[in-house]
Structure formats: structure tokens, C-alpha cells
Design a protein around this ligand. Structure first.
Ligand SMILES: *[C@@H]1O[C@H](CO)[C@@H](O)[C@H](O)[C@H]1NC(C)=O
Ligand SMILES: *[C@@H]1O[C@H](CO)[C@@H](O)[C@H](O)[C@H]1NC(C)=O
Ligand SMILES: *[C@@H]1O[C@H](CO)[C@@H](O)[C@H](O)[C@H]1NC(C)=O
Ligand SMILES: *[C@@H]1O[C@H](CO)[C@@H](O)[C@H](O)[C@H]1NC(C)=O
Ligand SMILES: *[C@@H]1O[C@H](CO)[C@@H](O)[C@H](O)[C@H]1NC(C)=O
Length: 360
């Protein structure tokens, strides 16, 4: 035995197994010794037997499932187990197939035994399960630059699914997600949380896989990024400060304008006085109708108290006599602080008003 390992180091494991049965090494091989397949698919094992042999048996999880006599009909416990020569006419190679592998029924040791001096070979069958994958919550709409989180849940996988993410078809750096798995008796559920800052629209895909799966299972959603609404506090602050500055500037302009206006009015007052004098000279002897003063619209003569102020403003003067006009002029002049000159001329048709108002 020891010599056999040394001369054929590649068959170390087989040699070990043969030790137990005392079979002759090198004349019987089983391949592969480890097989990993997906639930529902087929598992195949090849047994190579050199020399003359009569009967081969196959045992799955300690149940004898198939008899293969070299020159007769194959008998099996189920249609799921079949065996045939690898190529017709060549008795040195037999292929054993387990169809529609079921993890609970088939996973475990697969033993091939050849009657005679060959003994048995044992392989291990591993069955994986592909479950479901789902990004919870569906499509997501967020504001620009907001942190966005996606949660991908895989369930009923065996072993635990390897989860990865893609964004617009490109792999996402694994530092952006965390995956935790929980064993649920027979299978694993896992949750992967991806979190990143939303920059632009994207298709986000969660992929889950196990070794025997040729194409990963996936779930995808769309990330819609909308522009950030304006920051009202900043906007208000800006408007308020700009408004304040504008108001200040307006105030300064207003003050300057007022000062200039006052300066310009000074000569105008002189002009006004000159014109007033000229007019008073022109209307000469009609002294009764001439006085300088301000029209006092609010003045009500003693005998006209019943006249409404509005009516007085319109037609009041046409009804007043010259003496009353005198009184008006005198009263306003008594006020002392009036800087205007008014001429009220009484003609045949009534009262003519000439008003020259000047503010000093
Ligand atoms: C194999 O099976 C066929 C039909 O199923 C039968 O005719 C034949 O005799 C069998 N051969 C042996 C060796 O049992
Ligand atoms: C997500 O968005 C895509 C593309 O806009 C759309 O086709 C799909 O129906 C949406 N899915 C859900 C669940 O709203
Ligand atoms: C992933 O991100 C980390 C830290 O952010 C960085 O050091 C690393 O280079 C990135 N890997 C790839 C493949 O971009
Ligand atoms: C992943 O988990 C670690 C530790 O629990 C944490 O520091 C890290 O921020 C997580 N990353 C993500 C993307 O959730
Ligand atoms: C795993 O997921 C399935 C289906 O979603 C659920 O019924 C089960 O309770 C989950 N198991 C654990 C341990 O979370």
C-alpha cells in the first residue's frame, strides 16, 4: 500500500480509500471526487475500471440505487438514476448520472463499488440552491446629492448567496455595501444594503449567485435624481440683504435729491415774487379784489355754514362777495407761516382764481 502511494502520488486519496477495502490500486478510478451542482440539474460520475469485472453497484447516501452488470440489463431504484458505458463496446468506463438532483435526497457521498478485488470509490456530491433576489421598495426618486439606500433581499439560497451590485451595468465598489446572511435551517437568507450619494439617474441592479450558477440572479430598479429645490433660507437672506442695501441707497439718493431740490428752489422764489409784483401792478386800482395769500378752501364764511365743503370748493367762491374774499385773504395771512401768493379777482361773472404756490 505504502509503495502504491509513493509510486502514484496523484492517487493518494484513492489509495487511502482502497486501503480500507484492500483493493488493487490503479485499476479503478472515480471522477470527479467532488461535484457541485445546482438543485434540479444533473450530476455525472465516471468510473474507470481496468481488467475484467462483472458487476458494478452505485450507492447514493447509503442507499443502493443502481446495479450495472457488465453484460446485462441495468436495474435502478428510480428513473432519476441511470448508467451506461462511456462509449459503446468499451467496458472500462461507466458513466453514472443522477438526474434532477435534489439536495435533501442526493447531497452526500456517492459510492461506486466493483465486485471482485476492486473495492469501492467514494465521491462527494454538493447540491446548491438558487433562491430569489429582490430589491425592496422598487424605483426610487431622490433629490440631487442626497444619500440613497437600496436593500436587496435574497432568500432560500444554499449556501448563502454572494451578493454584488451594479450601477448602470458597472460593478459598484464593495465598500459601498454590506451583506449579512442568516441561516434558515435548510437555506440562507441575506440582506445587502447599498448606500451612496445620488448624482444622476441610474439603473441599480443587485446580483446574487452561488458557484454552480452560470448566470447570477438579479433584481433591478431605477434611481431617479431630481434637482435640489432652492434653499429658501439662503434665498431669503440674500433678498433681505440686497433689499436692505437697495433701501439704504434709495434713502441716500432721496436725501441728496431733496437737498438739491431745495437749493434750486431758492431763485425760483425770487422769480415768483417778481411775477406776483408785476401782476399786482397790472391789475392796478382793483384793490378790493387783490390780496396775497393762500386760498383757504376749508374756510367757511359765517353765513354759509350750511354749504358742504365740496360744494364750497367747486362753487363757493362764485357765491362769496368781495368783502368775504378779503376776509379769506386776511385770515390766511394771519396764520403767518404761509409762503404763497394768491390772487382772487372778482369780475362781473363772479370770482376768478389765480394761484401761485411757492414753497420755501
Ligand atoms: C434485458 O431486458 C430485455 C427486455 O427488457 C430482456 O429481453 C432481456 O432478456 C434482458 N437481458 C438480461 C440479460 O436479463
Ligand atoms: C421603474 O421604472 C421603470 C423605468 O422608468 C419602469 O419601466 C418600471 O415599471 C418602474 N417600476 C416600478 C415598480 O414602478
Ligand atoms: C473602493 O473604495 C475604496 C475606498 O473608498 C478604495 O480605496 C478602492 O480603491 C476602491 N476600489 C475600486 C476598485 O475602485
Ligand atoms: C457596513 O458595516 C460597517 C460595520 O458594521 C459600517 O462601518 C459601514 O458603514 C457599513 N457600510 C455600509 C455601506 O452600510
Ligand atoms: C427567509 O426568507 C423566507 C422567505 O422570504 C422567510 O419565509 C423566512 O422566514 C426567512 N428566514 C429567515 C431566517 O429570515
Amino acid at each position: 500500500m505504502t509503495a502504491a502511494w509513493k509510486s502514484r502520488p496523484g492517487l493518494f486519496r484513492i489509495g487511502l480509500l482502497l486501503c480500507a477495502t484492500g483493493a488493487v490500486s490503479g485499476r479503478f478510478q472515480l471522477q470527479p471526487l467532488n461535484s457541485t451542482v445546482l438543485q434540479g440539474s444533473d450530476a455525472r460520475f465516471n468510473a474507470t475500471v481496468l481488467g475484467n469485472w462483472q458487476l458494478m453497484t452505485w450507492t447514493v447516501r447509503e442507499y443502493l440505487v443502481l446495479n450495472f452488470p457488465v453484460g446485462g440489463n441495468v436495474t435502478s431504484s428510480s428513473e432519476r438514476f441511470t448508467a451506461s458505458f462511456c462509449s459503446s463496446g468499451d467496458t472500462s468506463c461507466v458513466q453514472f448520472t443522477i438526474h434532477k438532483v435534489n439536495r435533501s435526497a442526493d447531497a452526500g457521498p456517492v459510492v461506486c463499488r466493483v465486485l471482485g478485488d476492486y473495492g469501492s470509490e467514494t465521491a462527494q456530491l454538493h447540491v446548491q440552491e438558487s433562491g430569489t433576489v429582490d430589491i425592496q421598495g422598487g424605483n426610487v426618486t431622490v433629490e440631487q446629492d442626497q444619500q440613497v439606500e437600496f436593500r436587496c433581499v435574497t432568500s432560500a439560497w444554499f449556501p448563502a448567496a454572494a451578493v454584488s451590485w451594479t450601477r448602470n451595468g458597472r460593478a459598484v465598489n464593495s465598500s459601498l455595501y454590506n451583506t449579512t446572511s442568516v441561516a434558515d435551517g435548510e437555506a440562507f437568507n441575506s440582506t445587502s444594503v447599498l448606500s451612496f450619494q445620488a448624482v444622476s439617474n441610474a439603473m441599480v441592479e443587485c446580483q446574487a449567485t452561488v458557484l454552480s450558477l452560470t448566470r447570477p440572479q438579479s433584481s433591478s430598479v431605477f434611481l431617479v435624481v431630481v434637482p435640489k429645490p432652492p434653499d429658501w433660507t439662503v434665498l431669503i437672506a440674500v433678498v433681505v440683504s440686497i433689499g436692505g442695501v437697495a433701501l439704504l441707497v434709495l434713502l441716500i439718493i432721496g436725501i441728496i435729491f431733496c437737498c438739491k431740490l431745495r437749493e434750486e428752489k431758492q431763485p425760483n422764489y425770487q422769480d415768483e415774487m417778481r411775477r406776483a409784483r408785476t401782476q399786482s401792478q397790472m391789475s392796478g386800482g382793483n384793490a378790493a379784489g387783490q390780496r396775497q395769500g393762500q386760498e383757504n378752501a376749508g374756510y367757511l364764511p359765517e353765513d354759509q355754514t350750511s354749504v358742504a365743503p365740496s360744494k364750497l370748493a367747486d362753487s363757493g367762491f362764485s357765491q362769496t362777495s368781495a368783502s368775504e374774499v378779503h376776509e379769506v385773504a386776511w385770515n390766511t395771512n394771519q396764520a403767518g407761516n404761509d409762503y404763497s401768493a394768491a390772487h382772487i379777482t372778482v369780475g362781473e361773472s363772479g370770482v376768478k382764481k389765480h394761484r401761485h404756490v411757492t414753497i420755501v
